[in-house]
Design a binder for this molecule. Sequence first.
Ligand code: SF4
Length: 431
Amino acid sequence: MTIDPKDLRIEGVYPQRQEGYFMQRVKLAAGVLSSAQARSVAAVAERYGRSSIHLTSRGSMEVHWLKEEDLRMVKQEYAKVGLTSRGACGGAVRGITCSSQSAADLPALESLARRLQRHFTGNPRFEGLPKKFKIGIEADYTSGRHLIQDVGLIYAGSDAGVTLYDVWIAGGLGREPRPGFLLAERVPEGRIIPLIEAVIAVYARLAPPPKRLKSLVGAFGEDELRRLIEVEPAFREELPSVSGFPDNLMPVTKGGQRLLADIFAGQLTAGQLRKAADFADRYSGGALQVTANQDLAFYLEASADAESAARELTTVVNSLPTAGVPVPFRICPGSHECKMGLAATRDVAGALIAEMSLAARGTVWALSGCPNSCTQPQLAEAGVVVSRLATGEVGARSPRFDLYRRRSAGFGEKVLEQLTFDELTLQARRL
Ligand code: SF4
């Protein structure tokens, strides 16, 4: 029996470039998962896929090479350990992201991310949206990631014990990038869920599929969109503050020690993920995080011996440093697996790294295999987008690259376009 593609998407499944194969994405609130959950993803990749796992720049995990008849079983395997793919693709609220790297801030932000994910996932009120709806929570403005969310929350301190957030809305990248704008400042946490409900209500009512929320800024302007949201009854509602225990999996660490395992292109094997889970059990309270740069982070427990943990980590997760030096480089699957991909991104990035100057190797890069910009190239110090395929004299088609540089708090600017690979390499050597 063939499943309707719409049903597949809401279950977090996309057909792969290769006929008959599928990718299933798991939503991880703030990118955090337990070691038991990591072992479950590893087992799924081994049993139903090809033993490889992809870490995304939104802190999710993807398993490729699944067959249609196995998708239901994969969902059940994930459910056994409290993981879900529901709404990880399609017109729904996606996984709640957090790129904060501060061990002090993360547990509180992760707690809120979990509550939001619980509230908006699998709830029919927030499915069947015109397109995806992205929410991100950040400790501060440094990364600029609040600018690319449908709702971006920035921690804004607290008042009389109540946590406050600045709320930015209607941002997004893709083919028509638009930075979000500030909707409300210092909003108490009890108002965050109803306020997002108000934004979604306006989006669902007024945006034609497949448009994102940002399209309403183009249609109405910021002031009118703000007014439409503010007159929604939910906008001023305030829920009682959350009592009981916090929701975070990450240990609250005294010294704030954080260790990072560099994973080239966010690609790791089931065996490597299982070893990372064992490491998390020994040193970081049984929790690990997929970072915004597609790496794995471990927040050490106060009792952990940081030196032996660092030593052990290098032997536990064998990263794949191209040309000997790990480079912070976000890389999407491109034409390796994605239907939209215009270039073999991992090959392009590997070849580029081999040619990079020392300065370039210390720069944060991002490469997207098409203008959809899944790796957020406009927020990298050096961002590369494969913009099109050009046909050469002998009829062969080769990718052309646009280069972005980010030098301020906003989006990076396109500095060069339509580069051949050799011209792009020259830039990497000169950087
Ligand atoms: S940027 Fe394009 S090629 Fe890369 S994963 Fe996104 S849609 Fe696919």
